[in-house]
Design a protein around this ligand. Structure first.
Ligand code: ASP
Length: 278
């Protein structure tokens, strides 16, 4: 089995989502799909997560709605319409906004970026939607309840076969949402891969792996074909933004190979992360 995770840029528009579908249907082993919230379509665009953080401040401080809700709804509705999906996402989002008050916490509001993204992706792929709050449990100190979560994840896959799970959050034992740090969908994917003893954890992004230097700055930058968990952790710590530092430990402990891949160039090999370099 392969656990996949798609980042915000892979989910930013209907065109990108079509690429995701091609990747998933190309290999039936890709049974588990973890998604981020839609990211930027171009450099002048906004990440849904950033809009949700802003919206939460507006709720909290009673700042009048200046169109942010509309921007959020429009992004999901555009994707839904372009893909012709049979789901009333507008109603779902509006109902959520109507339920918000100044007391609604950041985690609840911000996690909806991934939640609604997963609702659309599950519909598009014909996979079951499984809410991360129902399978990933966190203790009140913020640490994952490994055994409980593992059992719930295994049960969800046994029950549905193919699933889409929103990244970036889970729930405390009382049901309140626990949010991970920014970029945390990588960590969700790593846990799921570890729980399911996946053959590989594919982390799909917008570059063909991790590079020795920033490909946006240095021409002729090449992706590193193979790297160890330890080396990747150091690179992540030094600022290689392609993979979340905290996503390495769960994969390393369970001995899961990580493969960083490019949604726009799926046949590129990408970077493989293992305990030893071949
Ligand atoms: N959407 C969240 C962020 O922008 C989490 C993620 O993408 O992994 O940080």
């Amino acid at each position: 089995m392969i656990v996949t995770k798609f980042g915000g840029s892979s989910l930013a528009s209907a065109t990108q989502l079509q690429k995701v579908k091609n990747i998933i249907t190309a290999n039936p082993e890709r049974q588990v799909v973890v998604v981020s919230a839609p990211g930027k379509r171009d450099s002048s665009d906004y990440k849904i997560t950033d809009l949700l953080y802003t919206l939460r401040s507006q709720f909290k401080y009673g700042i009048p709605d200046d169109g942010i809700r509309e921007m959020i709804i429009k992004r999901y509705v555009t994707i839904k319409e372009e893909l012709n999906l049979d789901i009333d996402i507008e109603k779902e989002i509006n109902e959520f906004f109507a339920s918000c008050s100044k007391k609604t916490n950041t985690a609840t509001v911000v996690s909806r970026g991934e939640y609604f993204s997963a609702r659309l992706v599950a519909k598009f792929l014909g996979f079951a939607f499984v809410d991360a709050a129902d399978i990933l449990t966190f203790n009140f100190d913020g640490k994952i309840d490994y055994e409980k979560s593992k059992q719930a994840v295994i049960e969800a896959v046994d029950k549905y076969g193919n699933i889409v799970v929103p990244g970036f959050y889970g729930a405390y034992p009382d049901g309140d949402i626990h949010l991970l740090s920014r970029g945390g969908s990588d960590v969700t994917g790593a846990w799921l891969a570890a729980f399911l003893d996946a053959d590989v954890y594919e982390n799909w992004t917008d570059v063909s792996g991790t590079y020795t230097c920033d490909p946006r700055i240095t021409k002729n930058a090449r992706p590193i074909p193979d790297i160890t968990y330890k080396e990747m952790r150091e690179m992540a710590y030094l600022g290689a933004g392609v993979f979340h530092e905290e996503a390495i430990a769960p994969a390393r402990q369970a001995g899961i190979t990580i493969n960083i891949k490019n949604t726009k160039a799926p046949s590129d090999r990408g970077t493989f992360i293992n305990s030893v370099r071949d």
